[in-house]
Design a protein around this ligand. Structure first.
Ligand SMILES: Cc1ncc(COP(=O)(O)O)c(C=O)c1O
Length: 396
């Protein structure tokens, strides 16, 4: 049988996955500092939150490629909550952000075209691109007290086949928000190279650095000189990944926006994948879900603050600066390959973390942890992690 190479031929579990399975099979307790599912992280969801999904309006199917007008208006109103103005007519609903990427790749890229993706960043991007027969090329983020775009690497990476430049803001896992000047420069760069800009803003609501968010909000009002797509969704904005509702907001020169919307309409019409009940419920979910967002915001900010305060300068670990999102990056002593470091921490101290290479860090040794876990396991896991690396550091 000959298979498509959009799916890697090697689907074997990696060492970390097999070790976790073995430890769980033995009943060993593990503190999971990779937890990224908010629905099992001890937040208080309003018990009636999903009632809106049962509305009788949902019994009538009204197929609309971009989604129901009311739902698109609810998303526009949610942008307004953050002080960003966008017309509902420029909002396209999708079932997830992953699906939003897929639709954009379909309308922007022929098979084999390039998209430029930040490094380090969200590992799924590479898989999503490959599943759509698109090629990823990496431009670097560099860390100089904070993470920023390395424009020289962007210049080196751009190719005539490039159709889009992806920005994740706040980025997973670095937590960096794209700065106004960076975005302006990227916008001009993309325009010069006839590429679009895709800004993944799923974590936009979550601040780790006391309110830099609105300053760095991506403009959807007024003209960007390139075609600019902003992505968001309920999975992070109100902690409801199972609701399966996300969106794309389109901005740019009006002629290009119209062409993009016409193509997106064609592609979305072929799938019509967003369920009617979730569209009917969108306004209510966005309104009532705010209380979940507030809890997540408080949790991630508290956990990040605790982490920063509890890492002594002499420990050999450094918590890297982050603006927002759900993750923290620690630079750790590079005494072994990252996978070995993470396995030693897991097997020796029962703490699960992500090795930096999952996210393509280019130098040094890093571990990435989620800021979502409840305070008690988070603090215990962080304490063990710091002790662990302090010992390895002393022994090095
Ligand atoms: C940067 C980023 N974008 C998108 C997603 C996925 O969002 P969705 O559940 O809407 O597909 C994630 C999930 O972790 C993410 O980290």
């Amino acid at each position: 049988m000959i298979w498509s190479n959009r799916v890697d031929a090697n689907l074997a579990a990696n060492r970390l996955t097999t070790t976790i399975a073995a430890l769980r099979a033995k009943g060993r307790p593990i503190i999971d500092l990779t937890l990224s599912n908010p629905t099992v992280a001890d937040f208080k969801y309003p018990p009636g939150l999903l009632n809106a999904l049962g509305h009788t309006r949902g019994l009538v199917y009204r197929p609309e490629p971009f989604g129901l007008r009311e739902a698109r208006e609810a998303v526009a109103a949610d942008y307004e909550r953050r002080g960003v103005s966008v017309s509902a007519s420029r909002i396209v609903l999708t079932a997830s952000t992953s699906e939003a990427y897929s639709l954009l790749f379909k309308v922007l890229c022929d098979p084999g075209a390039d998209i430029l993706v930040p490094r380090p960043s969200y590992p799924l991007l590479d898989h999503l691109a490959r599943l759509d027969a698109v090629h990823t090329r990496f431009y670097d983020l560099e860390y100089l007290q904070r993470w920023g775009v390395d424009f020289a690497s962007l210049e080196r990476t751009i190719s005539p086949a490039a159709r889009a430049i992806v920005v994740v803001s706040p980025n997973n896992p670095t937590g960096s928000r794209i700065r106004r000047l960076e975005l302006d420069r990227l916008d001009r760069f993309a325009r010069e190279h006839d590429a679009a800009v895709i800004v993944d803003e799923v974590f936009v609501d979550y601040d780790l650095a006391n309110g830099t968010g609105t300053e760095a909000a991506v403009p959807l009002q007024g003209e960007s000189s390139s075609l600019l797509f902003s992505l968001g969704g309920l999975s992070k904005s109100i902690g409801l990944p199972q609701a399966k509702l996300a969106w794309i907001a389109v901005n740019g020169p009006p002629g290009l926006v119209d062409q993009a919307l016409a193509r997106l309409e064609f592609a979305a019409d072929a799938y019509l994948s967003v369920s009617t009940p979730v569209q009917e419920a969108a306004a209510d979910l966005l309104a009532a879900g705010g209380v979940v967002r507030e809890q997540i915001q408080e949790r991630v900010a508290d956990n990040y603050r605790h982490l920063v305060q509890s890492v002594p300068e002499t420990s050999g670990c450094t918590v890297l600066g982050a603006d927002g999102g759900w993750y923290a990056v620690l630079r750790v002593p590079a005494i072994a390959p990252e996978e070995d470091l993470v396995l030693a921490l897991l097997e020796g101290d029962g703490v699960l973390t992500h090795p930096g290479y999952f996210f393509d860090f280019q130098s040094g040794a890093h571990v990435v942890i989620s800021l979502l876990p409840a305070p008690e396991p988070f603090r215990e896991g962080a304490a063990r992690l710091i002790r662990h690396f302090a010992c390895t550091h002393d022994g090095a």
